[in-house]
Design a binder for this molecule. Structure first.
Ligand SMILES: Nc1ncnc2c1ncn2[C@@H]1O[C@H](COP(=O)(O)OP(=O)(O)O)[C@@H](O)[C@H]1O
Ligand SMILES: [Mg+2]
Length: 302
């Protein structure tokens, strides 16, 4: 039986914030300018790099505050407040139906929140951008089912994903600059597919396909990566290599990883957020949240 959603506390937007970075730089003018700058020109689908507009000087790359999403009166997210620091690797866990995927839908613009604030850096208001604009602004999302081009080679898949100006690069077979080749080579090494560069992507193992899709995201130079159950279906060896990949990406990227595999979470997590009924139930190291009686109840008590 589903419990009634707890009431949403009123949000006082004028109340002082615990974080020093909250209002100062976020004047309405600064927000309007940065949000507008994150909206690429109309013909761009992969191009139009938005650089210099993501403001993370005060730490957080992502700031969600009081986000509520209702489906037919049921609150999938309930006044969700969450902050991710630049360069952080955050794991998000929680029972099925906790709202983890819905949270990613809100961040990527797939779902509009009923109430609440969602900022990318200090100045980009995600609730005012479309899914495409959010992707261009630097948020990459990996879905569970890889969306690779099965009939193309691994190399071509990365090439097709490259964030480049479409006016310059018209076709797959336009000559690549040495810099572009280097970028593809670097990404191939990162995702451990250098030796498979010329293989048809459809012939890769399940885990390799997942890595290729992560590589395709990386070619678009995202600042924030959202990964929903990335090691589901992977072998132990592939899971271990994925942990190494994520650890190598942290620092230069911010990552939000939703995962049920606790061994994997233990390997990569510094800070873990536990979601439950659309809100943050606990936050801390994995050991801390696992020792939290409320978390134990949610996982074992029902
Ligand atoms: N499009 C939708 N329409 C109706 N209910 C939805 C929709 N998306 C999610 N929900 C509900 O919202 C809750 C949270 O779902 P979800 O975010 O997928 O949870 P999680 O990813 O943590 O398992 C669930 O009860 C789910 O059934
Ligand atoms: Mg989910």
């Amino acid at each position: 039986m589903k419990r009634d959603a707890p009431p949403v506390p009123p949000v006082d937007r004028d109340a002082p914030r615990p974080w020093p970075w909250w209002p100062p730089a976020r004047s309405p003018e600064a927000v309007a300018a940065a949000t507008a700058a994150a909206q690429p020109s109309s013909d761009a689908s992969f191009g139009s790099v938005v650089d210099g507009t993501l403001d993370v000087r005060h730490g957080p790359v992502l700031y969600l505050d009081g986000i509520t999403v209702s489906f037919d009166g049921f609150r999938a997210l309930n006044a969700l407040t969450l902050t991710i620091d630049a360069g952080e690797l955050r794991c998000v866990i929680g029972p099925n139906g906790a709202g983890k995927t819905t949270m990613m839908d809100v961040i990527t613009g797939k779902t509009r929140p009923d109430t609440g604030t969602a900022y990318f850096g200090q100045t980009i208001d995600l609730t005012r951008l479309t899914e495409n604009q959010i992707a261009h602004a630097g948020i990459g999302r990996k879905f569970q089912k890889p969306t690779i081009f099965e009939r193309h080679t691994v190399f071509e898949n990365l090439e097709l994903s490259m964030k480049a100006d479409k006016r310059v690069r018209k076709t797959l077979f336009a000559r690549l600059s040495s810099e572009e080749r280097d970028r593809i080579a670097t990404t191939l090494a990162q995702i451990r597919l250098t030796d498979a560069a010329d293989r048809q992507a459809g012939l890769l193992s399940h885990g390799q396909k997942q890595w290729l899709e992560i590589g395709m995201l990386l070619m678009q130079e995202p600042k924030l990566l959202l990964l929903d159950e990335p090691v589901a279906g992977m072998s132990d060896d592939e899971t271990e290599r994925t942990a190494e990949l994520f650890l190598s990406l942290a620092g230069t990227h911010s990552l939000v990883v939703v995962e049920h595999d606790m061994k994997f979470v233990e390997t990569i997590a510094k800070k873990v957020t536990v979601l439950h009924e659309g809100s943050v139930l606990a936050e801390g190291s994995l050991a801390e949240v696992q020792a939290d009686p409320r978390v134990v109840e949610v996982y074992l008590g029902r």
